[in-house]
Ligand binder design. Structure first.
Ligand SMILES: Nc1ncnc2c1ncn2[C@@H]1O[C@H](COP(=O)(O)OP(=O)(O)OP(=O)(O)O)[C@@H](O)[C@H]1O
Ligand SMILES: [Mg+2]
Length: 238
């Protein structure tokens, strides 16, 4: 049997003395789109950062394509095929959109070539007219598209997206969902999407994990999610 793309076995995560994630185990198969739902403070960002080695102290086993990556620092996990788009987006304000995109090349896997600017604008046509614009001259929605696009420049196997829809107007959220669903199809990237917006997440993924106070309390497809909606709702209600 081939290994899953990502496999997390019995992981715990800590910020200092605070024990945030408890015995997390999950698998993501290559090519799939997976939503990670949970209310504020549930541990979504902590899990994405644990996968990327981007903050918390982590114990347990994380494997990418069957290879243990626990000892690798973030830049080597990026080179191994992971890309994290953090919740604060980190668009550089004083450089152009094109230069922001080129920053994403640093994370390219050994021996692989990053996407060119024209390949990026093929995936995200709305960026084509914005390439010379400075980062701080973009709207919130444009910044989010840029952050997602930059995360894809290194051609990751697995894109970790942290609440891309947060703070965006509903019409822009709809557009973003279509763009993300579209690039999954065209770029063939697997996706782990942390979200609180259930309908947005549903549009972009097939599988769901629900996390509550650092524990996985549901995993399955959207049909199983709907069948279990009454129980799940209390983990998502604010
Ligand atoms: N740098 C940190 N130091 C200490 N505790 C932290 C830190 N970052 C997050 N926490 C705590 O870890 C827990 C999980 O936070 P996390 O950011 O993973 O939640 P989240 O599900 O991403 O929430 P949100 O939807 O608000 O982004 C919370 O109790 C939070 O207060
Ligand atoms: Mg978060």
């Amino acid at each position: 049997m081939t290994s899953p793309l990502l496999e997390i076995r019995d992981c715990d995560a800590f910020y200092g003395d605070s024990h945030i994630l408890h015995s997390i185990s999950l698998e993501i198969t290559a090519g799939s789109g997976v939503a990670l739902l949970g209310r504020n403070g549930a541990g979504k960002s902590t899990l994405l950062k644990s996968i990327m080695a981007a903050g918390p102290t982590v114990r347990g086993d994380i494997r990418l394509n069957g290879d243990a990556i626990m000892r690798l620092p973030a830049h080597r996990r990026a080179a191994a095929g992971l890309s994290l788009v953090p919740e604060d987006r980190r668009i550089f304000p004083h450089i152009s959109v094109a230069e922001n995109l080129l920053m994403g090349r640093r994370a390219t896997r050994n021996g692989d070539t990053p996407l060119t600017l024209s390949q990026v604008t093929e995936l995200f046509p709305m960026l084509a007219d914005l390439l010379d614009r400075r980062g701080d001259q973009l709207s919130g929605g444009q910044q989010q598209i840029l952050a997602v696009a930059r995360g894809l420049v290194s051609k990751p196997q697995l894109l970790l997206l942290d609440e891309p829809a947060e703070g965006l107007a509903p019409i822009i959220v709809q557009d973003l969902a279509e763009q993300i669903a579209g690039i999954r199809e065209r770029a063939g990237t697997s996706l782990l999407l942390a979200e609180q917006n259930v309908s947005f997440a549903r549009h972009c993924t097939e599988q769901v994990f629900v996390i509550d106070t650092g524990r996985i309390v549901f995993s399955g497809g959207w049909e199983a999610f709907d069948a279990d909606a009454e129980r799940i709702e209390r983990f998502l209600a604010v």
